[in-house]
Design a protein around this ligand. Structure first.
Ligand code: SF4
Length: 96
């Protein structure tokens, strides 16, 4: 699945990187929207969570430093996402 995600992103899938959820309430609203997607809607998950296949913004945020990133499995442990990810990817659910 990681390769499939990588290909969708490399092919230019437009995802919603903004607005970044600044407050707990905004974060929780985004999680609710993700939760309401059909479980097999991979493209929808990527778009809504704002995936990028490169580090993001001036601070170069990426999965590697996110609290949900499982280093050894290269996996996003956020239940509403639960997808394999690369260390240099990012999404707007990023948290430290
Ligand atoms: S929440 Fe986003 S930034 Fe964090 S590990 Fe998952 S995909 Fe990467």
């Amino acid at each position: 699945m990681r390769e499939r995600i990588g290909k969708l992103l490399a092919d230019g899938l437009k995802t919603q990187t903004e607005p970044f959820p600044e407050t707990a309430r905004e974060f929780s609203r985004l999680l609710d929207e993700l939760y309401r997607l059909p479980p097999d809607d991979l493209r929808g998950k990527l778009v809504l969570s704002g995936f990028t296949d490169t580090p993001y913004g001036p601070e170069r945020m990426r999965c590697q430093e996110c609290m949900y990133y499982l280093v050894h499995r290269k996996w996003c442990d956020l239940p509403e996402l639960a997808v394999p990810v690369e260390a240099d990817w990012w999404c707007r659910l990023w948290r430290i």
